[in-house]
Write a protein that binds this ligand. Structure first.
Ligand code: GDP
Ligand code: GDP
Length: 436
């Protein structure tokens, strides 16, 4: 699974500044999807060939009385589920009692901790670092997050604790067939849905070993097609889970999205689309995953209510117009079987292979129907296209002045390819190369 880096420290030490630095590469992708909600708490990043997920825990104040509240619990959960903790302190404030309290807490958790001293810009670094040695996490790393300074060196140290991209991928590839993750916020109906699916299907292996921090992979078959379900809801160990809030894990959800071929987003028709839903969908988009929307609890809604839900989907999730929607009742089983048709189509679309010849012909047809605009008196020329990747399909278009192509024309090309290649349920990425 994608390794997780947790940012821990008291308020104002610079966690969200570092978070932005570590996840910066996302901005370029997300910019293509107007209306997409960004999340400032968790997101994917990458240094060299090392992918990771960063979680800004935000919630540790180091004060004893807050330790039992919900935020602190979720912070603890994120720490427990992480592979590496970046413990941030503030070089200007010096060592505080709150830092010491957090340090004590971290020591009991047996995690890999890298101590990071931030805001060292304009300070005598050796002097600023000296007092932090006493925290007992080895040699601290000096950075200035807001200046981007020291971050490359810090990540070199962190990388030693991370598996590389091939290892992460190979781990997921051990599981057969189409990997599906059912994600959604607590109480959307994921467990009910998973139980229904597994109740109906032949589960190849019932007990798959895994530690509590791992999601469980459950292979099964349906209509001769192999699938592996990634269970983020902890269905298979429900008995050990006492509280609803704790069975939902942001980290597991994000890792499952990363490991899946197709994500089934379970939405609760009775609750509408929440901020949390939109954030999760943003992560799915960032990851470029194929997606099916399962709008659950469709039973017992009258036609006015149903219209309202449909309207809300159009309004709040316009950037997901490529995803197929299925209205289901996990409780009664209605529509559940049909989900697999959508999943299969989304998978096939995500992994489509198209020849350079065909992509170029489609490009020529698109250009013939609609010329690219003139830029400074010269027409943008689009010459040929080839496929640059799968899951999601990447179409690389070669031409002149392609960097000046307006967004509206790129959307036109995307829609043209989508229609002509009959791609549903997967995002498509266009890349442009100029100058040949
Ligand atoms: P968080 O509460 O831990 O998430 O902290 P923030 O990232 O919001 O940062 C708190 C304040 O410290 C902001 O005003 C930042 O601009 C500032 N800050 C963050 N990193 C640095 C740094 O490297 N140097 C300086 N001088 N200020 C910083
Ligand atoms: P999870 O937290 O996403 O795993 O959600 P659960 O599967 O535990 O379901 C939360 C609650 O919603 C439970 O009380 C379920 O019985 C109920 N529920 C789940 N699916 C449906 C459905 O299709 N219709 C109705 N009416 N209730 C449902």
């Amino acid at each position: 699974m994608l390794p997780v880096i947790a940012l821990v420290g008291r308020p104002n030490v610079g966690k969200s500044t570092l978070f932005n630095q570590l996840t910066r590469s996302r901005d370029a992708l997300v910019a293509d999807f107007p209306g997409l909600t960004r999340d400032r708490q968790y997101g994917p990043g990458r240094v060299g060939g090392f992918p990771y997920m960063v979680v800004d825990t935000g919630g540790l104040s180091g004060e004893a009385e807050t330790l039992d509240d919900l935020m602190a619990r979720q912070t603890r959960q994120a720490i427990d589920e992480s592979d590496v903790v970046l413990f941030m302190v503030d070089g200007r404030d010096g060592l505080t009692a709150a830092d010491e309290s957090i340090a004590r807490d971290l020591r009991t958790r047996g995690k890999q901790v890298v101590l990071v001293v931030n805001k060292t810009d304009g300070l005598d670094v050796d002097q600023a670092m000296a007092e932090f040695h006493s925290l007992g996490f080895g040699v601290p790393r000096a950075i200035a997050a807001s200046h981007g300074r020291g971050i490359a060196g810090l990540m070199d140290a962190v990388r030693e604790h991370l598996p590389d991209a091939e290892t992460v991928e190979a781990e997921a590839e051990r599981w057969p067939g189409i990997r599906i993750a059912f994600v959604g916020r607590p109480n959307a109906g994921k467990s009910t849905l998973i139980n229904r699916i597994l109740g109906e299907e032949r589960v190849v292996a019932t007990e798959v070993p895994g530690t509590t921090r791992d999601s469980i992979f459950i292979p099964f078959e349906r209509d001769g097609q192999a699938y592996t379900l990634i269970d983020t809801a902890g269905v298979r160990r429900r008995a050990r889970v006492h509280e609803a809030i704790e069975k939902f894990s942001v980290v597991k959800t994000l890792q499952a999205i990363d490991a899946a071929h197709v994500v089934v987003m379970v939405l609760d028709a009775r609750e509408g689309i929440s901020e949390q839903d939109a954030h999760l969908l943003g992560v799915v988009m960032d990851a470029g995953r194929a997606l099916v929307l399962a709008i659950n609890k469709w039973d017992g809604l009258d036609s006015d209510q149903r219209d309202r839900v449909r309207h809300e989907l159009d309004l709040k999730l316009p950037f997901l117009d490529f995803a197929e929607r299925r209205f289901i009742s996990a409780l009664h089983g209605t529509g559940v079987g049909d989900l697999f048709g959508h999943v299969k189509r989304a998978y096939d679309s995500a992994f489509i292979k198209v020849s350079t010849n065909e992509l170029t012909k489609l490009l020529e047809a698109a250009v013939a129907a609609h010329q690219p605009p003139l830029v400074r008196g010269r027409r943008v020329k689009l010459r040929y296209a080839h496929q640059g990747g799968q899951n999601p399909p990447v179409i690389v278009i070669h031409g002149n002045q392609t960097d000046r192509l307006p967004g509206s024309y790129k959307r036109y090309l995307t829609n043209h390819y989508r229609q002509q290649l009959d791609l549903v349920g997967t995002p498509i990425r266009l890349e442009f190369r100029t100058g040949e």
